[in-house]
Ligand binder design. Structure first.
Ligand SMILES: NC(=O)c1ccc[n+]([C@@H]2O[C@H](COP(=O)([O-])OP(=O)(O)OC[C@H]3O[C@@H](n4cnc5c(N)ncnc54)[C@H](O)[C@@H]3O)[C@@H](O)[C@H]2O)c1
Length: 255
């Protein structure tokens, strides 16, 4: 089978674990050269070693650092033409108990972080004529507000709206899409299951069973399920797709 991303050069944010790690491994498998970036420099280095990629420390809420790291990654790889803006955080809290700091933290990483990395990549590509592709990681929560996740949902609705708007601004040179994963087995999900069990007075097993029962394909999602959808959107197979948000949820209803 031919590699779908042969010759492509990619920067991934939040790639030190979970879905970002799976994206790095999938892009390398498909022939891409990859820069793994993460807030946690050690985790980035670990995944980069595993994937055969380069590692960079990057906090996506820092505009100057984002611009600098994208420049450094481009210098190391001879440019780049794919950005996967995947870094994200979540917390669970009822709106009545939510602090301003918690709201701000979710918006800073999930919404502003996507804006800053997308802006830095687009500035570069529009200046030098690169035909770039962006795939942002939104969420099921970008299409359906969930109890205890209002702040997270707001930040992910922002990612989806931003993706649609930017796609129209930078077409036809640059394609911009996002994926909306469902209940993915990562460290983030592990933390959410603990919080939800506590907040709803359920066992962690019952919370996980509920996630599976909401998923027609009948299992929890794996990071690789998301990564393979991102490979598709990044590749020329998706050459006429832009401004879209692709559910990768195993069929969880969002309407
Ligand atoms: N796990 C799920 O069920 C699920 C579902 C839908 C969407 N998502 C989204 O997928 C993406 C990846 O989530 P995951 O489940 O792999 O989570 P995770 O917590 O396992 O990994 C997130 C990574 O992002 C990094 N990160 C956090 N803050 C950062 C910052 N300021 N700058 C750079 N990196 C930062 C972390 O260090 C970590 O390596 C997130 O955007 C998340 O919102 C996850």
């Amino acid at each position: 089978m031919t590699a779908l991303l042969e010759g492509r050069k990619a920067v991934i944010t939040g790639a030190g674990t979970g879905i970002g790690r799976a994206i790095a491994l999938a892009l390398v498998r498909e022939g891409a050269t990859v820069a793994v970036t993460d807030l946690d420099a050690c985790q980035a280095a670990r995944v980069a070693a595993e994937a055969g990629a380069r590692a960079f420390a990057l906090d996506v809420t820092d505009a100057a650092a984002t611009s600098r790291v994208l420049d450094e990654a481009a210098a190391a790889m001879g440019g780049f033409d794919l950005l996967c803006a995947n870094a994200g955080i979540s917390t669970m809290r009822a709106v009545v108990d939510l602090s301003e700091d918690e709201w701000d933290a979710n918006m800073a990483v999930n919404a502003k972080g996507v804006f800053l990395s997308n802006q830095a990549a687009c500035r570069r590509w529009l200046a030098d004529g690169t035909k770039g592709v962006i795939v942002n990681t939104a969420s099921l929560a970008a299409k359906q507000g969930a109890p205890l996740l209002a702040h997270y949902s707001a930040s992910k609705f922002a990612v989806m709206g931003f993706t649609q708007a930017l796609a129209r601004e930078v077409a036809p040179q640059i394609r911009v899409n996002c994926v909306c994963p469902g209940f993915v087995r990562t460290g983030m999900q592990h933390r959410e299951v603990e919080w939800e069990a506590e907040l709803r007075g359920m066992s962690e097993e019952a919370v996980r069973d509920e996630y599976v029962s909401l998923t027609p394909l009948g299992r929890l999602e794996e990071p690789e399920d998301v990564a393979d959808a991102i490979v598709f959107l990044a590749s020329d197979l998706a050459r006429f797709i832009t401004g879209e948000s692709l559910n990768v949820t195993g069929g969880v209803r969002t309407d």
